[in-house]
Design a protein around this ligand. Structure first.
Ligand SMILES: Cc1cc2nc3c(=O)[nH]c(=O)nc-3n(C[C@H](O)[C@H](O)[C@H](O)COP(=O)(O)OP(=O)(O)OC[C@H]3O[C@@H](n4cnc5c(N)ncnc54)[C@H](O)[C@@H]3O)c2cc1C
Length: 283
């Protein structure tokens, strides 16, 4: 995840403002949703909400209150921050978690990392402040291309998974089964729990969420530990599970988790479970 981001960030950093100036006027001239093509745009922070002990929801207003963002499933937004005391801009991707068809706003959920350059800046923003964004296309989702999609997340890596899960489940024509396995450090790290519970209740048999907590509270309803081969197998995510089933595996988490899972390298937990590198996508 780090390398891709560094490359995108480096490329995007060159001439960000030139692009911003050019594309802002171009998009409004064509009257298209703001992020339907590449370009940098400054959005105004509308509201903030503390979601748990370290995560904030930030709602940014789109330039046109009647239009959606123009982002496709799945996409992120590259943010350009100028934290106080820094000469160079800080570029980091974040994933909108609102319904991509929502008009007028985008919502981010940002986890605060102590000393994190972008996350501390984003957490310091107040309504009325602005932030510059550019769209990044991630995995282009095709409804019903796969029988089953496994979403394996660690910590704040949940946001792309939520975007995709709600995108699939809100589309009545998409019958893809979705299994989410989310590894966190403590019970209080879990957010979006009500949203996932509502999706499970509305789509029984199509969607299931499994939580794995490294250090659970006494009496926690969740299983203790890390996202291991045993945990994934118990969640029904062995490659051969279900005859001839085509499973796509999506991974987003901290570097240690992605390394243990193995990803496209053809090693680690996912290889152990029988997945081929071409079945795996890492955000
Ligand atoms: C496609 C994509 C989408 C993303 N979407 C979101 C999102 O919706 N919400 C969100 O909160 N984040 C998201 N991230 C992560 C985000 O881009 C930043 O990497 C994160 O906010 C840390 O940036 P920072 O500048 O604050 O920290 P940095 O200044 O880069 O790092 C400071 C310290 O924080 C710790 N740290 C940084 N990143 C991580 C990490 N991922 N895991 C564990 N420790 C870490 C490390 O100890 C590091 O030394 C996404 C990443 C990708 C690749």
């Amino acid at each position: 995840m780090g390398t891709q981001v560094a490359v995108v960030a480096a490329v995007a950093g060159i001439g960000a403002y030139a692009w911003y100036m050019r594309s802002s006027s171009k998009a409004s001239a064509l009257d298209k949703p703001v992020f339907s093509s590449f370009g940098f745009h400054s959005l105004r922070l509308e509201s903030t909400e503390l979601i748990n002990h370290n995560t904030k929801k930030l709602r940014f207003a789109l330039p046109d209150a009647d239009k959606p963002s123009g982002l496709s499933l799945t996409s992120a937004l590259l943010t350009v921050s100028f934290p106080k005391g820094r000469w160079l801009p800080v570029l980091r991707p974040y994933t909108p978690v609102n319904d991509l068809n929502d008009p007028g706003h985008i919502d981010l959920m940002v986890k605060l990392y102590p000393n994190g350059k972008a996350s501390t800046h984003l957490h310091s923003l107040k309504p009325g402040d602005t932030l510059t964004f550019a769209p990044i296309k991630e995995l282009a989702w095709s409804p019903n291309k796969h029988d089953h999609v496994a979403l394996i997340a660690g910590g704040a890596g949940i946001t792309p998974m939520y975007q995709l899960a709600r995108g699939i489940l809100h589309n009545p024509d998409d019958r893809t089964r979705v299994t989410l396995v989310w590894g966190v450090n403590t019970d209080e790290d879990i957010f979006l729990k009500d949203e996932f519970a509502a999706l499970e209740a509305k789509h029984p048999g199509q969607f299931r969420a499994v939580y794995v907590v490294a250090t659970p509270d006494a009496g926690s309803p969740h299983q203790k530990g890390f996202v291991t081969a045993q945990v994934l197998e118990k969640a029904g995510l062995k490659a051969g599970e279900g005859k001839n089933q085509d499973i796509k595996v999506l991974v987003c988490g901290p570097p240690a988790m992605e390394k243990a899972l193995g990803g496209k390298k053809g090693t680690g937990v996912l290889a152990e479970l029988g997945y081929r590198p071409d079945q795996i996508y890492s955000f």
